[in-house]
Design a binder for this molecule. Sequence first.
Ligand SMILES: [Fe+2]
Length: 154
Amino acid sequence: MADKTKDNSLKAMIDALNGTLADHFALYMKTKSFHWHLKGPRFRDLHLLFDEQAGAIFAVTDAMAERARKMEGTTLTSIGSIAKQATIKDQDKTDLDADAMVKELHDDNAKVVEDLKKLKDAAEEAEDNATSALVDEWQDQAERRVWFLRQTMK
Ligand SMILES: [Fe+2]
């Protein structure tokens, strides 16, 4: 691969990494908000599920940011930089019912799976095997969250 092409594909991968990271932070915050604002007869189950999922989302953020730095890119710096790059929409309502929360988190986690598939392609394009391998793990975790939420909706 010519150097220029390699530089471009590396830059595209770092951009995808940071976009995915921003979505993880946005989804972390929304999942915590739903953990805090939930009400209704399924409170205990969903309160615990949302907390578990928020923890799992937060747990991958450090590795994502450090991957961008290892590849000599920069990464997110502030709440503002997260807001600029995230595609997960804010949800500031505090009175959603439990079903609406589960549906929204399901759809957002499915969106994160799509982000990760694009990141996987970008990592392969950049011939970055380590990022590619990490993405497999992050995707499996996101699919696990989608699965739990999907089964909850049935
Ligand atoms: Fe809590």
